[in-house]
Ligand binder design. Sequence first.
Ligand code: FAD
Length: 552
Amino acid sequence: MKATEPLMKLRRSNLSKLRQQSFDVLIVGGGINGAVSAAALAGKGARVALIDRGDIAGLTSMNSSNLAWGGIKYMETWDFALVRKLCVSRNHLMRSFPSTVQEIRFFTTLARGFRYRPRHLFLGAWLYWFIGNCFTRTPRFLGPARIEVEEPIVDTRDAAGGFEYSDAYLHDNDARFVFNFVRTALDRGCVAANYVESLGARREGGWWVLRARDHIDGGPEFEIRARVLINAAGPFVDAHNALTGEPTVHHHALSKGIHLIVKRLVAERRVLAFFADDGRLFFVIPMGNRTCIGTTDTPVNDPGVGVTDEDIEFVLGNINKRLRLGKPLTREDIISTRCGVRPLAVKSEAGKGRDFLNLSRKHAVEMRRETAHISIFGGKLTDCLNVGDEVSSLVRSLGITLPFPAYKWYGEPPAAVRDEFFHQARLLGLDGYTAPESSEPLSTRLWRRYAAEALGLLENIREDPRQAEVLIKGTEYLRCEVAQAARREMITKLEDFLRRRSKIALVERPEDIRRSPGLAEACEILFGDAAADKLAEYFDGVPAHPPASPSF
Ligand SMILES: Cc1cc2nc3c(=O)[nH]c(=O)nc-3n(C[C@H](O)[C@H](O)[C@H](O)COP(=O)(O)OP(=O)(O)OC[C@H]3O[C@@H](n4cnc5c(N)ncnc54)[C@H](O)[C@@H]3O)c2cc1C
């Protein structure tokens, strides 16, 4: 088989189906909201199509803090209903994806003179624990001396004390988590394609007819037909509703947030939490063998944002003030950055006059029955399972038949499949192939990343042990994983692989990736004859995410 074929096959065959078939539901946007909608509806038996004008999870959903959390900070604004909902959603995610969404301790330090005393917040942490059904480990009080002993990197000279509590984090990254929902949807017959933009849609005899443009192969605009249209365009939901003429009660307010990734600062697998100079919670989060620091919360009007000097100074200044680093972190220490805008759901007038940073982080799913149109506003990765369920109920209420309404569309495979995988892995001696710098056994990582599909990888390694070799040095990525990615992960640009299906571009500097001896082979596997072009496209800085069309 020619190496170019996998790439051609999945995306191109889906594109021709988008042109030829008609669908029950068409979803615009492959971020978390679009991805769970696709997985839920396809799982329940609807004929689903999904398009994204960039890559899957190529916008907000690759720039989060990677936390599945109950929103402890919303207790300060007495939004207990939201905290309760998010805690229950967090628990549900942890139960459903035990190897991906894992409990992690938040080691929190408070400065002297902070607006609350440590004992006061410690009581709040207990309340948070109760609101979360006592699902995690209990909170713990930390005096300055204890902080000093347990986490010497924390500068305690100005510390009044602190406390430790639990939430959860995504062990891989957000974009991978989102892609896995799209992959599940594809496995259930969903027709999805990245780099296909919606230019707007019209109603025609009970159908939505959407005008689409393929940003990879070009060609004339084409049409996609569906009974129901779901607008899951994240920060562009309002813009897309303007294109289709859909009035809504909710709209989006936008808030920019950035993170910086630096070398690993904390030995323990825990999040360090502080209150930054602007009084907001500020985290030092583990990311493989690196550390991710952030975030910021800046009101913006336009989703097209980037990391500014001011953002970098804010994050570095805050971290240097709170950690004992020997040598303060500077720009040279930054390995990569993340930047996104939170789409926050507000009712038309309700956001005005409120403290912007305290705008509610609840999602809102709005439906117009007369046009069979659904818009998804706001939300979080944390409550994604609710969004999938809510959207499916609404689609059903619009008269679309869901042959398997009770189908459980999310979660890791049953224990029997898991046991089978680990048994086979043991027989194969898989963990013996674990790279020395790896933070966990190979079997654990492959199961978390691919679940039942990891059994196929064992088969590849059994046939050819070279498949277990790390292909791109320092990244833990095996030859057989790249081959599988080429077949099943709709990798269209090198950035899709380096930044979203894997987190290589987050944890390695561009110059190191470029020098990596295995990169050329990985590109050959992914892109065949087009490998050189795709390499040049990535390193010459051509954006993988095309800019908004002028009509926006
Ligand atoms: C800094 C930051 C930190 C965060 N931290 C957390 C956290 O720790 N935990 C948590 O739960 N949540 C967190 N969030 C919130 C969470 O990331 C977002 O709410 C969520 O990712 C939004 O997903 P979405 O699907 O609505 O939007 P997006 O991910 O933006 O997806 C929308 C998609 O629509 C596509 N699109 C737009 N217009 C078109 C068009 N015309 N045609 C085709 N496609 C189109 C875009 O290309 C995009 O891929 C954070 C957000 C930010 C910014």
